[in-house]
Design a protein around this ligand. Structure first.
Ligand SMILES: C[S@@+](CC[C@H](N)C(=O)[O-])C[C@H]1O[C@@H](n2cnc3c(N)ncnc32)[C@H](O)[C@@H]1O
Length: 263
């Protein structure tokens, strides 16, 4: 799991391009988060977006969630991501799957995106990228400011399943207040004046699948590109993340999507 996407690592290796690293380890992910796509379908069903509803996804990755929504509803969508790999992939998938859909993908820092005056959305999302706004609470607040009532605010965020062991926090550069409990995450939305309407909590199986796909992708890349000078760093980082997940993350951390409604 990646809690932020730093430009430097403490691994002692020269730092490979971070967008390249995340692109490689997500080769087999559509949604780049520990979520079950069957359960996600039920979440999309719940939204019942009206024709021409406006949706925005900050840190949209490969644009999978917006694309699934555009396949289901006649929406006008905007996906923003800082990774050139993700944006190119999102644009390619959009051309292949739904060329007629009113979806745009922009490569830029999500924190810098400001909607035009009066351009509110009916669904605002930030799924697994809340560092963009400096944390979960700020993200809920920023998205709320871009949403028109009775629209939806949807945020994907880790949660503590249990008190995190000190070694885990040290190893990941986290603190106990880096995340909240599931109840705490719901309450934060309420404290921002939003009404909680649904949560989709990933299971350990969902995490195992998502983490396992990182290991598969890193290994496949190593076989296919033995000449890449970034390989040593790629495999070392993947191994360190695997160890941390198996040792602590799997039992300590959960992940959920929080759905709120603006009243
Ligand atoms: C864990 S992935 C989640 C992607 C997508 N929301 C999904 O669920 O498939 C985090 C995403 O945030 C993007 N990202 C990181 N920093 C960003 C920033 N400052 N502005 C916009 N996107 C950013 C990454 O490129 C990556 O696609």
């Amino acid at each position: 799991m990646h809690f932020s996407q730093p430009e430097t690592t403490s691994s002692g290796y020269p730092v490979m391009d971070r967008w390249k690293y995340y692109d490689i380890i997500h080769q087999r992910h559509s949604v780049m988060n520990p979520v079950n796509e069957t359960k996600l379908e039920r979440l999309y069903d719940l939204l019942e977006l009206k024709p021409n509803a406006r949706a925005i996804d900050i840190g949209c990755g490969k644009g999978e969630m917006l694309m699934r929504l555009a396949e289901k509803y006649d929406i006008k969508g905007l996906g923003i991501d800082k990774s050139p790999y993700c944006i190119l992939e999102a644009q390619k998938l959009k051309r292949q799957r739904i060329p007629q859909a009113n979806l745009k993908f922009l490569e830029m820092d999500g924190a810098q995106y400001k909607p035009e005056t009066g351009e509110y959305s009916d669904l605002t999302m930030c799924i697994g990228a809340t560092w963009i706004y400096g944390g979960y609470k700020n993200t809920v607040s920023a998205l709320c400011g871009m949403t028109r009532a009775p629209g939806f605010v949807m945020v994907g965020e880790p949660l503590w399943r249990t008190n995190p062991p000190k070694e885990y926090l040290q190893s990941e550069g986290l603190s106990a207040d880096s995340f909240d409990t599931h109840q705490g995450n719901v309450r934060t939305g309420e404290s921002e004046g939003l009404r909680p309407v649904f949560t989709l909590v990933g299971s350990k199986e969902d995490w195992d699948r998502s983490e396992g796909l990182h290991w598969t992708s890193a290994t496949e890349y190593a076989f296919a590109h033995p000449e890449d000078t970034d390989l040593e760093e790629l495999l070392a980082r993947d191994s360190k993340e695997r160890e941390s997940y198996l040792r602590w993350g799997r039992d300590t951390l959960g992940w959920a999507i929080y759905l709120f409604r603006k009243m």
